[in-house]
Design a protein around this ligand. Structure first.
Ligand SMILES: NC(=O)C1=CN([C@@H]2O[C@H](COP(=O)(O)OP(=O)(O)OC[C@H]3O[C@@H](n4cnc5c(N)ncnc54)[C@H](O)[C@@H]3O)[C@@H](O)[C@H]2O)C=CC1
Ligand SMILES: O=C(O)[C@H]1O[C@H](OP(=O)(O)OP(=O)(O)OC[C@H]2O[C@@H](n3ccc(=O)[nH]c3=O)[C@H](O)[C@@H]2O)[C@H](O)[C@@H](O)[C@@H]1O
Length: 440
């Protein structure tokens, strides 16, 4: 099949590369000309494990190309995937302006029958809405179908998630369109679930909201564990052994960030509000998360008293490991909080330093290694559980820091691992360790 993917970001690029790899002829379109120039020479604009090499392979095998002209692609494409951003408006609703521009562009340039597939996360009813926009301007002798095909990949493991996903959801209003998209995806070997368009749109929001709920739930449990001297990691392990609970997404810490959970939970509250339902449960999930993101600043203050003039290292800045994505990263809230209280902030991320420089305050200093970040600081905060940080040398912590105090927002180490390391270690929902003593 000839496929066009509009929007070569985290989702569009991974989708385009993966569809090419299973044998389709794919062109990725993006309005960002710098991005297209990079892609054309085989360079990925984002850090995503395995993406660049798979991209280069498919460019070399002539199944993958890049352009900034959707009009050109529409001349001989069979399917158009829409994978542009749907960021959050100030009131929490999803901003559909990028989707509307693409719909308009398709309508003005459509020249043959096609299937339009929405990958972007869009509120229930949006596919019908854009279908209407396109239909209004499409010549009468041309027909198109709309399919909702929400994406479930995670950043940092996007390629692996695409080839080993739990399901591919296809929402369509007719069997013909559904079966075309089913055939397109068949080589992935991932189970396919077909439904109507509105349900497909809702599956995406409900899935993200449910995962966010698990995280806020375990974070609430962690706060209670901390007050009662229990260990939240063991509690989560014990809960997860029950298959009905499931053992994933129960890692307590400084909450969820990223480009999707924050915006999609807010959007779902608004979607519910739009049909006069007050989604109290989800509002609480969001509240818990907002407090959780600031937790390390509170813990730092409790430990050091005033933060004024204290030098504090932030280890990890991206919203999760294996990505350079800084969208809604907890490091933003934490660095702002520390600076407001008069601390000096020295930040380090193995991959996201460059992106972070555009997002964090220009008062934040950047280090090029863990050791540089730890030098002469009063306190180190672990924000992101990069492998390099999990494997850091505690000798350096003792040698380089003014006092060897770590507050770990991701529970990277078991209490046994830190017990004999000569450091003071605080984490989330677990007793503190000072030297060899676990303080219950
Ligand atoms: N990032 C993620 O892990 C996931 C994102 N999603 C959803 O997928 C959608 C895309 O998200 P991301 O890939 O993260 O966004 P992104 O911001 O990384 O990429 C969007 C791309 O679309 C391009 N673009 C904007 N308007 C355009 C136009 N008119 N024509 C061509 N290109 C245009 C932008 O230049 C950008 O490169 C969102 O709805 C998001 O909620 C869904 C699952 C996972
Ligand atoms: O719609 C999306 O964009 C995507 O959102 C998430 O993927 P992603 O945000 O890339 O990463 P996750 O691994 O889900 O992590 C999200 C955040 O939750 C945090 N998290 C995750 C799991 C956990 O147990 N605890 C926890 O605090 C992570 O640190 C991170 O900040 C979903 O997992 C994907 O299925 C979905 O496609």
């Amino acid at each position: 099949m000839n496929i066009t993917v509009v929007g070569a970001g985290y989702v569009g690029l991974v989708t385009g590369v993966s569809l090419a790899d299973i044998g389709h002829c794919v062109t990725c379109v993006d309005v960002n000309k710098d991005k297209i120039a990079k892609l054309k020479v085989g360079l990925s604009p984002i850090h995503e494990p395995g993406l660049e090499s798979l991209m280069q392979k498919n460019i070399d095998e002539n199944r993958l190309s890049f352009t900034s002209s959707l009009k050109e692609c529409l001349k001989d494409t069979d399917i158009v995937y829409i994978a542009v951003g749907t960021p959050q408006n100030k009131d929490g609703t999803a901003n559909l302006s990028f989707i509307e521009i693409v719909a308009e562009d398709i309508a003005l340039n459509i020249s043959k029958d096609i299937v339009i597939v929405t990958k972007s996360t869009v509120p229930v009813g949006t596919n019908e809405y854009i279908g209407g926009l396109i239909k209004a301007k499409t010549p009468k002798d041309i027909s198109f179908d709309i399919v909702s095909n929400p994406e479930f990949l995670r950043e940092g493991s996007a390629i692996s998630d695409t080839f080993n996903g739990d399901r591919i959801v296809i929402g369509a209003e007719n069997d013909k369109a559904a079966s075309i998209i089913e055939q397109v995806n068949k080589p992935f070997g991932v189970p396919i679930f077909k439904t109507d368009i509105r349900s497909a749109e809702m599956i995406k929001y409900a899935s993200n909201a449910f995962l966010a709920t698990k995280i806020s739930f375990i974070n609430e449990i962690s706060t209670i564990c901390e007050k009662l001297g229990a260990n939240v990691d063991d509690v989560a392990k014990g809960m997860g052994k029950d298959k009905r609970v499931g053992n994933q997404f129960l890692n307590a810490g400084i909450g969820y960030g990223g480009s999707c959970f924050p915006k999609d939970t807010n959007a779902l509250v608004q979607i519910a509000g739009g049909v006069e339902h007050d989604f109290n449960l989800l509002k609480a999930v969001i509240n818990v998360n907002n407090n959780q993101q600031a937790l390390l600043v509170d813990k730092a203050r409790q430990r050091l008293g005033s933060l004024e003039g204290k030098r504090i290292a932030l280890l990890g800045l991206a919203f999760k490991p294996n990505t350079d994505d800084m969208r809604e990263a907890a490091s933003i809230v934490i660095s702002t909080g520390l600076l407001q209280e008069g601390s000096e902030v020295i930040a380090y991320d193995p991959i996201a330093n460059e992106n972070a420089k555009h997002v964090l305050s220009n008062e934040v200093q950047f280090a090029n290694s863990i050791s540089e970040a730890l030098t002469e600081v009063n306190l180190a905060l672990i924000i992101t559980e990069w492998r390099e940080i999990i494997e850091m040398d505690f000798n350096n912590v003792r040698r380089l820091m003014i006092e060897p105090i770590i507050i770990d927002g991701r529970n990277c180490f078991s209490l046994d691992m830190v017990k004999d390391k000569g450091i003071e270690y605080h984490s989330v929902g677990r007793p503190a360790v000072i030297g060899e003593t676990v303080l219950i």
